[in-house]
Design a protein around this ligand. Structure first.
Ligand SMILES: Cc1cc2nc3c(=O)[nH]c(=O)nc-3n(C[C@H](O)[C@H](O)[C@H](O)COP(=O)(O)O)c2cc1C
Length: 176
């Protein structure tokens, strides 16, 4: 079986200031079958070229959305990307089957530690629960929703732990 072509859609409000996502991205970029696509670098004005984005999606078998968790959700540019790109007739609707069968994996990083993301914890809800809008989107588009890759408690992560996390991310992507 040939390797799947992976499109890694990266959204960070300030990529130059990233520590954790940068380390993940650097690991991902060493995989030959991964196309790294930095939305903020490409669209600093948030004006997404929907046709270009749809072409990119069509050229790949698996989509990874990588982003730091902001206000229990995605950075604004990734929400704008969803609104502009996942259009009727492309991602949903009677002829909107262009993403059907492709895998979707969420890779996100959080300031909150893992025990904050549970019932009774500081944030009350699990990450899987909070990411349900993306899961529902994958469902509507007929995509295969993969287990989330999450890095929690980033402020407690020392450089050695970050290295191990980046290696684990590489392995997840290699197996996608
Ligand atoms: C605007 C903003 C909102 C944030 N919201 C959350 C949040 O809802 N939950 C959380 O755990 N961390 C939150 N954080 C912390 C970020 O997730 C964290 O700084 C990021 O994952 C670190 O990744 P980086 O080194 O790639 O920037 C927020 C940070 C910012 C700047």
């Amino acid at each position: 079986m040939s390797e799947s072509r992976i499109l890694l859609v990266y959204a960070h409000r300030n990529p130059g200031a990233s520590r954790v996502n940068r380390a993940l991205l650097d690991a991902a970029a060493t995989l030959a079958n991964v196309t790294v696509h930095d939305l903020t670098a490409r669209y600093p004005d948030l004006r997404i070229d929907a046709e270009h984005e749809q072409r990119l999606l069509l050229e790949h078998d698996a989509i990874v959305l990588q982003f730091p968790f902001y206000w229990y959700s995605t950075p604004a540019i990734l929400k704008e990307w969803q609104d502009a790109v996942l259009a009727y007739g492309f991602a949903y609707g009677s002829e909107g089957d262009k993403l059907r069968g492709k895998k979707l994996m969420i890779a996100t990083t959080t300031g909150g530690p893992s025990d904050a993301y549970q019932a009774g914890g500081y944030n009350q809800f699990t990450l899987s629960e909070l990411l349900r809008p993306l899961q529902a989107t994958a469902n509507l588009a007929g995509m295969r929703y993969e287990p989330i890759f999450a890095v929690t408690g980033v402020r407690m992560l020392d450089d050695a732990a970050l290295d191990r996390t980046a290696t684990a991310y590489y392995a997840r992507l290699a197996a996608l």
